[in-house]
Design a protein around this ligand. Structure first.
Ligand SMILES: *[C@@H]1O[C@H](CO)[C@@H](O)[C@H](O)[C@H]1NC(C)=O
Ligand SMILES: *[C@@H]1O[C@H](CO)[C@@H](O)[C@H](O)[C@H]1NC(C)=O
Ligand SMILES: *[C@@H]1O[C@H](CO)[C@@H](O)[C@H](O)[C@H]1NC(C)=O
Ligand SMILES: *[C@@H]1O[C@H](CO)[C@@H](O)[C@H](O)[C@H]1NC(C)=O
Ligand SMILES: *[C@@H]1O[C@H](CO)[C@@H](O)[C@H](O)[C@H]1NC(C)=O
Ligand SMILES: *[C@@H]1O[C@H](CO)[C@@H](O)[C@H](O)[C@H]1NC(C)=O
Ligand SMILES: *[C@@H]1O[C@H](CO)[C@@H](O)[C@H](O)[C@H]1NC(C)=O
Ligand SMILES: *[C@@H]1O[C@H](CO)[C@@H](O)[C@H](O)[C@H]1NC(C)=O
Length: 579
């Protein structure tokens, strides 16, 4: 095989990632589910359409594309299809062995390691994660024949390593509620001027959020076609009994209601009380509690067989959100509003993979779906919530200290949600924020972000972040001391895992108002938020997000990489979107 290398060009090469050790060569007969991404011929046109239909000042605003229109734009060039088919055929793979995405821009095929190694001029190994003990089959470099280089964006699983099946949840559990300055008054005033029960300074409930974000008394429809979606991974199960206990306490009119369960890629729905996930319970309790009786759907995405710490049964799963994207892009009526409280350190996702997953999120935006992602719980550092123990070393072999943004929050086609706490609100210290090293600053952010950068003292954090990168987060919401029910008990949980479903709940209520008025849903939110929408957000101007041995960035007047543009004022946003 090595003689061929002269005409095989490396498509992706990564450094052996931190935390993973190479164990043995992969067994030749181990089966790998290869996913091959073909270049999306019309992506530039799709991106242009996405920005036009999402810009409230454009004549196409709200004229979202159909599934078929999006698929036509991302379809690969016929030459790419035939070049890849010929290459697969030359390895004995026939059409009947393949499955394809509706737009034919992804091809999937199951092959033994021995054949994958021949096709990709590589050697697969079993790698073990030092902390979790998890084993996967990966390589650090692979290539393709030169003549098909222009016809393939990436092949996975190959070089994609990341911690714990590629995803981390972003919550922090606390057994006790916080002690906060006690106010003798029964009610307190928020920064926007809303009147909030004094207890909300230390315990967040559905009632608190509606008061704080000016949505008290708004009733949504169960039947207007509006749906809110929650995604779940990593065997996080939303428990029906916990949801009922939560409703009985915080949303009595919702008692006995449930949600649509959708299994993606073998995702389970284990209702054993002890299988309830904190993350999943938090997400459904708050997202559905805020929006009841709006139609609600829960996606449980499986990523791998049950984890077995046995070197003979390595897994070779792809990033689980690739599986969810496969499912949702095939769906003819996805929810208009979707929250995801999972992510990775951007640097642990190969850039080609991040670019492609981000482009797939753009397809949903063009179809009128608003996607919210938690910005992360490590401040400017990695996902490690304790700033003191963060290691902010780059994964690129240089091993220098650098701030660690999160992905998918760093994708410019999604809305990244950071965190606040207390009333009046201040930035919470763990709010994930900063600048992408993969994605350039999108034009909708130019004014807001350059204004922030100009406010920094010259030389601030030079070399630690990419000042021309996409700024994170876009917005924020309360994120600490949420009172939830989990495994039959009340408890307190925090994280941008709490703020993402919260912000999503208010976006879903805005979509409810629009749809009931016969209007299009908001779709990709950011061009709206950074223009007309900002008047319906409350700017958060104090607090900071330490990490990597620094104090992080400061919340300031205007956009900042801690709380973004600020927190929602539903009443004002509703008036803006309906005007
Ligand atoms: C809420 O709690 C914070 C932190 O303890 C405190 O600084 C703030 O004054 C409290 N707010 C009110 C209105 O009492
Ligand atoms: C919402 O529903 C409640 C209970 O039915 C009702 O009392 C309230 O007036 C409704 N609010 C609005 C704004 O219609
Ligand atoms: C609720 O959402 C599900 C999944 O998105 C959808 O299949 C169903 O038609 C929706 N139901 C209503 C009443 O809108
Ligand atoms: C919920 O269902 C139970 C059992 O059917 C019933 O006894 C109870 O009244 C219901 N509660 C509400 C609020 O509908
Ligand atoms: C459900 O979860 C429980 C508790 O973790 C576990 O013992 C049980 O095997 C699970 N059931 C299934 C079908 O996976
Ligand atoms: C990276 O540098 C740090 C600090 O010098 C060191 O502790 C760590 O072991 C290095 N890691 C690698 C993978 O070289
Ligand atoms: C944050 O504000 C503090 C206090 O004003 C200041 O000393 C510090 O330099 C600021 N940090 C940044 C990164 O702007
Ligand atoms: C709440 O929203 C309403 C519009 O629905 C607006 O009139 C009111 O001023 C808002 N309250 C605050 C405190 O912003």
């Amino acid at each position: 095989m090595k003689a061929l290398s002269a005409w095989l060009l490396a498509l992706s090469q990564v450094e052996p990632p931190r935390g993973w050790v190479k164990v043995t060569p992969a067994p030749a007969d181990h089966i790998i589910n290869l996913r091959i991404a073909l270049p999306q011929a019309g992506f530039t046109s799709l991106e242009k359409a996405l920005y036009e239909v999402s810009d409230p000042d454009h004549s196409r605003y709200g004229q979202h594309l159909s599934k078929e229109e999006v698929e036509a734009l991302v379809a690969p060039h016929p030459q790419s299809l035939s070049a890849v088919d010929d290459w697969l055929a030359s390895h004995g793979i026939s059409q009947s062995d393949l499955s394809r995405s509706p737009a034919r821009d992804w091809v999937k095929v199951k092959v033994p390691v021995s054949l994958a190694e021949e096709m990709l001029d590589t050697t697969y190994h079993v790698w073990r994660h030092v902390d979790s003990g998890e084993t996967i089959v990966r390589t650090t470099v692979y290539g393709l024949p030169e003549h098909i280089h222009g016809h393939v964006d990436l092949v996975q699983p190959t070089t994609l390593f990341s911690t714990f099946r590629g995803m981390k949840t972003t919550y922090r559990w606390s057994a006790n509620k916080q002690q906060s300055a006690t106010s003798s008054a029964a009610s307190i005033r928020s920064a926007s001027g809303t009147v909030v029960d004094a207890s909300c300074n230390s315990t967040i409930t559905i009632t608190c959020l509606k008061e704080l974000y000016n949505a008290t008394g708004y009733n949504s429809s169960a039947t207007n076609g509006n749906t809110i979606g929650i995604t779940a991974y990593l065997e996080q199960y939303a428990n029906y009994m916990d949801l009922q206990d939560f409703y009985a306490q915080q949303r009595p009119d919702a008692v006995n209601s449930t949600f649509n369960f959708v299994s993606v890629n073998g995702g389970q729905n284990n209702q054993t009380a002890s299988a309830a996930g904190v993350e999943a319970d938090l997400d459904v309790e708050f997202a559905y509690g805020l929006t009841y009786p709006t139609n609600r759907t829960f996606y449980s995405t499986g990523g791998s067989p049950p984890y077995i710490p046995d070197i003979n049964t390595p897994t070779d799963t792809n990033e689980p959100y690739a599986e969810w994207l496969d499912y949702i892009l095939t769906s003819s009526n996805p929810p208009q509003t979707i929250s995801t409280s999972y992510g990775d350190d951007e640097q642990t996702v190969p850039e080609s993979y991040a670019q492609r997953a981000c482009a797939d999120f753009a397809q949903l935006g063009a179809r009128g779906v608003s996607l919210m992602f938690s910005s992360g719980d490590g401040g400017v550092g990695d996902g490690d919530a304790d700033p003191a123990t963060q290691t902010c070393y780059t994964n690129d072999g240089l091993n220098v200290t650098r701030f660690i943004p999160g992905f998918p929050a760093s994708c410019p086609y999604v809305t990244a949600v950071g965190g606040t706490t207390h009333v009046p609100e201040v930035a919470v210290f763990f709010s994930g924020g900063g600048f992408s090293n993969y994605f350039d600053r999108p034009s909708y952010q130019t004014e807001a972000v350059t204004q922030y950068l100009a406010s920094l003292a010259p030389g601030t954090y030079e070399g630690l972040y990419n000042p021309s990168g996409r700024g994170i987060p876009d917005v924020s919401a309360q994120s600490d001391y949420f009172q939830i029910w989990w495994q039959g008990q009340p408890g307190y949980v925090g994280g941008t895992s709490a703020s993402s479903p919260t912000f999503t709940g208010f976006v879903s209520l805005l979509n409810d108002a629009l749809i009931s008025a016969g209007r299009a849903p908001l779709g990709f939110l950011n061009p709206f938020l950074y223009s007309r929408g900002v008047a319906g957000l409350t700017d958060i101007t104090s607090g900071n997000n330490p990490g990597c041995g620094t104090e992080g960035f400061n919340a300031t007047i205007g956009w900042d990489p801690v709380t973004g543009l600020g927190t929602p004022n539903f009443g004002l946003l509703k008036d803006i979107v309906l005007s």
